[in-house]
Design a protein around this ligand. Sequence first.
Ligand code: GLC
Length: 432
Amino acid sequence: MRWTRAAGRGLLAAAVVLAGYAGLGSPAAGPVAHAGGRGPVTLVTAGDLTDYLDPVLEDWNRAHPGEEATLVELPDSADETRAQMVTGLRSGSSRFDVLNIDVAWTSEFAAAGWIAPVDPGRFPLDAFLPPVVDTATFGGRLYAVPYVTNAGLLYYRSDVLAKEGERPPRTWAELERLASEVAPRHGLDGYAGQFLPYEGLTANATEAVRSAGGSLLGDEGATVTADSGATVEGLAFLADGVREGWIPKESLTWKEEESRQAFQNGRLLFLRNWPYVYALAGGEGSKVAGRFGAVPLPGPDGPGVSVLGGSNLAVSSLSRHPETAADLIAYLTGEQVQRRVLTEGALPPVRASLYSDPELVRAFPHLPALRKSVLAAEPRPKSPRYDQVSLVVQAVVHDAMAGRQTPRQAVARLARELRSLARAGAGPSRED
Ligand code: GLC
């Protein structure tokens, strides 16, 4: 299933709603490599939201004969994409040149030596939104260049809330009340996010924990900070929802797309998801077009914390054409393509100036609010063992949400398992 072509206009609107706050690396038999690391390259990426990339790469290819870029699309799910990239990199294959990696993976890929450090002088880092640049660094070095950003939002059915004389929730208590009392009166389920055990659940759980004032790891993965009342409160928010019925059990199997479908088919009062949903839920085929809005995520006593999502572009350490790869990254993160990321891809760009570009703001009036929301979003924990950290978080949180452990038991287990990972070596390490 694909997150298909999205109308850029929707994104803008999306922001709407932030109302108020917010080639193959030529194998031996392949094409002859140009001197100096130049030649055809591949751009490998998750297979979602990529339709706009074909014409973008065609433009590059026309201007760069002999250095053509080929798109390699992997599965939509963050975890499956990562697994396929890692399998290729571990096998020593030079099939991938430019990797479009989730912001959450920079530390792990850098520590494992799968991606090569990037020369910061080659990219105008000052032109990017600052928190986004931070996701591309590890151990004080730049390993990637920001490409697309993301921040979690709360989508709500504006028609239902208006009928009830209610405003979108700003606290968990308001969300819980509306989800448990109002939703059933309208034949709706209350609230859902991405609760299948995969990276999406880690993002949702991190948001809940951070919103409650807690955290999971510190010091680039070296210290475990998960054992706290705030972590229990964060997990309890999610677990109580399922137990009390205002989070539908079925959502324990949903990723981004399943949850978006449920919302735009008119089944949910509230949905936590990324800004891409705005365009799609407002477009053709959506039953809720014109009848929903989005606001910053709520937290225990006021606005909550959203996780910084998105992806960075990195050069594979195994690339035979790293010079071309770096040039392709400069092209994709340049002002012109970044504009297309927004207008044709409906994705939040990383170039700060676009958020205040008069023409874009006219077309997408709430772009500045979206910027605010990205600037306020917090990164996931940095760790060279991020994949392991995420697997632990997913398993534990899913058990708590499924009622197999209480939030308190789940947090004790989470802290124990994260500590054993930290002991096993959380410091920067190379994998050969
Ligand atoms: C989105 C975000 C990414 C996150 C993923 C989780 O793709 O951009 O950062 O890890 O969702 O499913």
